[in-house]
Design a protein around this ligand. Structure first.
Ligand code: XMP
Length: 517
């Protein structure tokens, strides 16, 4: 399969480059720029893209352009720092600039060339240093008032560079520029289709597990479901999926998982009925991190019990996706501080004696969804919004008990079904590309006075949270129509016993987080 290698120099946009290339159905992989040569060459890339990055080529330990990339003889596209590296390495001149150019700019294509469309192009700039002289053999392809050499190229070597970021949405024709590089300059064939992804994964899984038995923990989330579905496609009845019903699920969630796996896929699914155990363990606990730890530990105990009953299959499916893999090996990007104990909840400790099967290791989230649909998983499962491992426990502020959970579950179902009906939850590829949305209800440990009929009430408060976000690292509150909010509020106070007030959360992240705990 034709593949492109992307060398990561630490730009916050590097993953976006990879997603853009994958969207063209061309396989690509991200490598930290100093990855051992053999690992990169194993991909047999037909082109290289050098990402942007925060460094300056003049810094003492500045990341460099590995020799093997130039020796390979295949086309290269340098983006931002990548372009400066090409310049510096091939004998041009990069000038340190005191001033960063950041934001929208307009460039003009100077003459017809394979990389850039003609005319004026709106682009997104984010760079410090700038190119003062092209390397020998290169011509200037485009300029802007601030960047006289905004793009350059050498048709003979097929090396190109752009000072701006074609991978971001703020460069409206950026996709076309990347397409020109991938299809016209590298002559790639679009072979990375859902079918080929599935076939490749199936082969890999079969080669790994042979005739052995495999265990999968499914949570109802997209990743664990698609991972299990892929393994099921590969090894059928060798797979047993285990779903722990922790009693902290949304309305109808257990039934959805049951129907997806048993009816749609015909897979073996064991449901561990553990709601009471979780509730007992959570009794009296109100501190968010404590809730998380208790839920994590209880989950592990129950999952281990199930594995034992099944005779401890040697393989375990894990829904690790590509962004998790590349983030852990990315250069220089600051690793986010731990605000909440996230990923070890609903996960398993690393010292379990399973061998891991990770069929999504090379897939981005949107690819996971498309593969899921192609495998026949129902759309409502594949397109569902993210749901935290500790479930409703971190949305039921204060004490978690059955009565309050029921209240929250119902309020949440009213809110999300109204949103879905009004078209505010993502359910197709196009929408999710722009923004993902997450919306849910939160039950507050606060009572307020109300009046119903002629009666005074003293009941709990439900907060509604709806956010739009690209990556869930930052988020903005969703400007929902007032009529919709009014309908939801009135339905909740009328239909949910014990709630007499509804408020809407209008904080962004930061400074708030998406979840309340
Ligand atoms: P926050 O609240 O940190 O959430 O802004 C960011 C995203 O992560 C989800 N989230 C979790 N996911 N286990 C998970 O698997 C957790 O403990 C957890 N806490 C928050 C949250 O729903 C949002 O999508």
């Amino acid at each position: 399969m034709d593949s492109i290698a992307i060398l990561d120099y630490g730009s916050q946009y590097t993953q976006l480059i990879a997603r853009r290339v994958r969207e063209m159905q061309v396989y690509c992989e991200l490598f930290a720029w100093d990855t051992p040569r053999q690992r990169v060459e194993a991909l047999r890339p037909i082109g290289y893209i050098l990402s942007g990055g925060p460094s300056s080529v003049y810094e003492p330990d500045a990341p460099s352009l590995p020799d093997y990339v130039l020796e390979s003889g295949v086309p290269i596209l340098g983006i931002c720092y990548g372009m400066q590296l090409l310049t510096h390495t091939l004998g041009g001149r990069v000038a340190p600039s005191g001033k960063r150019e950041y934001g929208h700019a307009e460039i003009t294509t100077l003459h017809p060339n394979p990389l850039l469309p003609e005319g004026n192009l709106k682009v997104w700039m984010s760079h410090g240093d700038r190119i003062e002289q092209t390397p020998p053999g290169f011509s200037v392809l485009a300029s802007s008032p601030n960047s006289p050499i905004a793009a350059f190229g050498n048709a003979a070597t097929r090396y190109y560079g752009v000072q701006f970021h074609p991978e971001v949405h703020h460069t409206p024709r950026g996709k076309e520029i990347l397409q020109r590089f991938v299809f016209d300059i590298c002559a790639a064939h679009p072979e990375w289709t859902p079918e080929s992804i599935i076939n490749q994964s199936v082969e890999r899984i079969r080669a790994q597990v042979g005739k052995e038995r495999v265990l999968a923990g499914v949570s109802g989330g997209v990743d664990s479901s698609v991972a299990a579905a892929l393994v099921h496609r590969a090894v059928g009845s060798q797979l047993t999926a285990v779903f722990v019903d922790n009693g902290l699920l949304r309305l109808g969630e257990r039934e959805q998982v049951e129907s997806a796996f048993r009816k749609h896929l015909g897979a073996q699914l064991i449901i561990a009925d553990a709601a009471q155990e979780f509730l007992d363990a959570l009794a009296g606990i109100t501190e968010p991190e404590k809730k998380r730890r208790i839920i994590g530990a209880t989950f592990i105990r129950i999952f281990e019990e199930q594995a034992r009953v099944l005779g401890n299959p040697p393989f375990l499916v894990q829904g690790t996706i590509y962004p998790d893999v590349v983030e852990s090996s990315a250069p220089e990007r600051s690793k986010a501080a731990r605000i909440k104990t996230h990923h070890n909840v609903g996960g398993l400790p690393e010292d379990l004696s399973f061998q891991l099967v990770e069929p999504l290791r090379y897939l981005f989230k949107d690819e996971v969804r498309i593969v899921g649909e192609t495998l026949g998983l129902p759309a409502e499962l594949v397109w569902r919004q993210p749901f935290p491992g500790p479930g409703l426990a971190v949305r039921c502020l204060g004490e978690v008990n059955l009565e309050r959970l029921e209240r929250l579950r119902l309020a949440d179902a009213i809110f999300t079904s109204e949103l879905a009906q009004a078209g505010f939850l993502p359910h197709s590829r196009d929408e999710s590309e722009q923004t993902s949305a997450q919306a849910f209800a939160v039950l507050l440990p606060v009572q307020s006075v109300g009046v119903m009929g002629d009666q005074r009430t003293y009941h709990e408060v439900v907060a509604l949270r709806a956010v739009v976000s690209q990556d869930f690292m930052t988020a903005d509150w969703c400007r929902l129509p007032h009529d919709l909010l009014a309908r939801v509020a009135s339905r909740i106070v009328n239909e949910v016993q014990g709630v007499n007030r509804v408020v809407y959360d209008i904080t962004s992240k930061p400074p708030a987080t998406i979840e309340w705990e």
